[in-house]
Write a protein that binds this ligand. Structure first.
Ligand SMILES: Cc1ncc(COP(=O)(O)OP(=O)(O)O)c(N)n1
Ligand SMILES: Cc1nc(C(=O)O)sc1CCOP(=O)(O)O
Ligand SMILES: [Mg+2]
Length: 202
């Protein structure tokens, strides 16, 4: 597994119980190993407000040496000088993303073996695989694949895998046993003391 995938925190303002900047600082204090800016869905910021928040979160990651990823928004990757970008099956094609960013880290979502077969996953640096457990943070999440589904995809690829979907303190040990990293939104962003949760997740 790529080291930065160990505890990969993902969020936007719509996920946060407290100010996003404070949530991110505390999550970093707790030990998250990467961050993805995913300002998306109901209540998400748009336009200049989204960009401004992105700049502030990017700066926090830079100050703490935490890799900063942008979800979906290829233009924002340029604007924020991100370290990487995460794209899904319905986003910009990974072939184009790799052409645009030859030296950035690129993550690709895969939910099933069928998706894997039709994907240029060889162009990605890592796969985001899920939902492993039930999630309430993504309205259009696919069917839950469980730890067995995670293992099935892991067994077919030669790049690192990070699990996603419904991961929290009660089930993270199941993910750790597979050797995959853990990416988490609500179990960190929605808590009063994110740093304590992260310590228990790592
Ligand atoms: C690490 C990681 N894995 C999967 C996803 C989901 O990406 P996608 O399927 O494109 O869905 P959205 O996040 O864009 O709603 C992710 N963001 N990160
Ligand atoms: C953004 C995202 N992608 C998923 C996928 O299955 O690809 S599940 C998901 C939401 C993860 O949030 P939480 O940790 O709160 O369950
Ligand atoms: Mg996407």
């Amino acid at each position: 597994m790529g080291n930065y995938l160990h505890t990969y925190f993902i969020m936007g303002s719509q996920n946060c119980r407290n100010e996003p900047e404070e949530v991110l600082k505390k999550a970093i204090q707790g030990g998250v190993t990467a961050f993805q800016f995913r300002e998306k869905g109901e209540d998400a910021l748009e336009g200049e407000e989204k960009v401004e928040l992105g700049h502030r979160l990017r700066q926090i990651c830079r100050e703490h040496g935490v890799p900063f990823f942008v979800n979906d928004d290829v233009e924002l990757v340029h604007v924020l000088g991100a370290d990487g970008v995460h794209v899904g099956q319905d986003d910009l094609d990974i072939t184009e993303v790799r052409e645009e960013f030859p030296s950035l880290q690129i993550g690709l979502s895969v939910s099933t073996e069928e998706e894997l077969h039709i994907s240029r996953w060889d162009l990605a640096d890592y796969l985001g695989v899920g939902p492993v457990f039930k999630t309430s943070s993504k309205d259009d999440a696919k069917a839950v694949i469980g730890v067995e589904g995670l293992r099935a995809i892991q067994g077919k690829v030669s790049i690192p895998v990070v699990a996603i979907g419904g991961i929290d303190e009660t089930n993270v040990h199941e993910v750790r046993k597979t050797g995959a990293g853990a990416s988490v939104i609500s179990a960190i962003a929605g808590k009063e003391r994110p740093e304590e949760v992260v310590r228990r997740l790592t």
